[in-house]
Design a protein around this ligand. Structure first.
Ligand code: FPP
Ligand code: ZN
Length: 477
């Protein structure tokens, strides 16, 4: 490795270039003498940090976080899963009871007991239940009111295929992602729910290549008094951002089987993978050998984008884009059929440099993981740094039979007779796995963390466990 140094600039000082230089100066001090021997992942300390944070709850100055109780629990439980920490049955049961108290009587989960249902805490609560729950009375899974949840989802749907995150609230791709994950995991997918979603997602891709939070729908007034959505005038709202980009890309991949069922003659929304890849590469702050990611142009690297942006590379690789060895191009050709991918090398995402950033800079010397030094650690950054570390260590791909199975499953009526077929198809579809011997851990093998599903951010075991339970059941209508 060349002698680490700060990245060159144009000597025209601005606030942005000053903060960039200050950040790099701090990060330079964290570059290890031997780049192959970073400090070890302090699993025991991070575990203690997470437990302390969870049991203390949010400090009183964080009253605004009161609606994030499911998130705090999910960040904690999923961090345990990634680090391979097992929980005892008593603590699992306490977690299940706590989560169920967040379920709204009209469906969905709120940010705490008695709070309005919202798509974001619904994702966090269901994922937390995927980790600690089980079938049967008191196990959490069968106490989810799927019928009300499905109706809650439909009640949030807008005519342009987007979703409000909660009644009376805003539209944003995070909501679409959260809804799709929950619908996938709990077997709630229907054409009615999915109608218009791909076009909405595609419309959020900005000129930079990443995705913004939403887009602006325009409707024409028709002579018969109805309105028509004008898909070709639908500009993205706001700038491309790593968080929204992850949500949009994961949603786009979840929507592929549905898109494949559409009439091939009808116009198809499309996402430009090359433009996306170019933007993702530019989010990589590898100037000084610590390859963290920034979330948007001209902003600073931050540990949480190890997942939001690093995870996008993992998602693209799973689709055979950018040097992966996932599905062959034919299966996803609908989205990039006119593009050549053979010339895109693996190095566009420096996975070892990302692991170095997480281990050297994002680990707080006391415990927990963080945005960047000298910031303090928190549970959100702890999970998304660990998940990013996992994405950088593992290569998770869909099985080659995925597309065929999904196509088959979509064509089956979701009635009793087809339970087994649907179950096999959907659980296999997102039951991705790692090819033996392809993981790459920087430093000691003790730094190894478990693989996490690139779409859901749940381990493979938890994903398969909950999906195989719900794909034995019918889809509520
Ligand atoms: C900017 O923060 C942050 C955003 C504009 C949104 C971030 C969205 C996510 C992280 C995705 C969340 C995903 C789910 C599933 C809920 P900032 O201005 O403090 O940070 P920046 O300078 O790094 O942009
Ligand atoms: Zn962050």
């Amino acid at each position: 490795m060349a002698q680490p140094r700060q990245s060159p600039d144009d000597l025209y000082a601005t606030e942005t270039s000053d903060t960039q230089a200050e950040t790099e100066a701090v990060l330079l001090k964290h570059v290890p003498a031997d780049p192959e021997s970073p400090p070890p992942l302090q699993k025991a300390q991070h575990l203690q940090f997470l437990v302390r944070n969870l049991t203390q709850g949010f400090p009183s100055r964080y009253t605004s976080q009161d609606a994030s109780q499911p998130w705090l629990l999910y960040w904690t439980l999923q961090s345990f899963s990634v680090m391979g920490v097992a929980m005892d049955p008593d603590n699992k049961q306490k977690a299940i009871n706590t989560i169920l108290a967040w379920q709204h009587p009209e469906g969905g989960f709120g940010g705490g007991p008695g709070q309005a249902a919202h798509l974001l805490p619904t994702y966090a609560a269901v994922c937390a239940l995927a980790i600690v729950g089980r079938p049967g009375p008191g196990g959490g899974w069968d106490q989810i009111d799927r019928e009300k949840l499905y109706n809650f989802f439909l009640s949030l749907k807008e005519p342009d295929g987007s979703f409000l995150v909660s009644h009376g609230a805003e539209v944003d791709v995070r909501g679409t992602y959260c809804l799709l994950v929950v619908a996938y995991v709990l077997n709630l997918l229907t054409p009615e729910l999915l109608e218009g979603m791909p076009a909405f997602i595609a419309s959020c891709q900005t000129y930079e290549g990443g995705f913004s939070s939403a887009s602006q729908p325009y409707f024409s007034a028709e002579s018969d008094g109805t309105t028509k959505l004008l898909d070709d005038i639908r500009p993205p709202l706001g700038e491309a951002h790593g968080g929204y980009t992850f949500c949009a890309l994961a949603s786009w991949i979840m929507l592929q089987p549905y898109l494949n069922l559409q009439d091939p003659a009808s116009p198809r929304p499309s996402v430009e993978y090359k433009r996306l890849m170019r933007w993702l590469v530019q989010m990589q702050g590898s100037e000084i050998e610590l390859g963290g990611f920034r979330g948007r142009t001209n902003k600073l690297v931050d540990g949480c984008y190890s997942w939001w942006v690093g995870g996008c590379f993992a998602l693209l690789a799973s689709q055979g884009v950018g040097g992966g060895h996932g599905q062959d191009a034919d299966h996803t050709s609908t989205t990039h059929e006119d593009e050549e991918w053979d010339d895109v090398e693996e190095f566009v995402w420096n996975k070892l440099a990302l692991q170095r950033y997480i281990l050297c800079a994002a680990q707080h010397p006391a415990s927990g993981l963080r945005d960047k030094p000298p910031k303090s650690a928190d549970s959100y950054h702890t999970l998304y740094c660990l998940a990013g570390l996992s994405a950088a260590q593992h290569n998770i791909y869909p099985s080659p039979a995925r597309q065929a199975q999904l196509d088959q499953a979509w064509q089956l009526p979701s009635d009793e007779q087809n339970h087994e077929l649907r179950k096999t198809a959907f659980t296999e579809a997102l039951s991705w796995s790692e090819e033996e011997g392809t993981s790459h851990v920087l430093g000691s093998q003790a730094n190894r963390v478990n693989a996490t599903h690139p779409i859901f951010n749940l381990t493979m075991t938890h994903t398969e466990g909950i999906m195989s339970h719900f794909y034995k059941q019918t889809v509520p209508r």
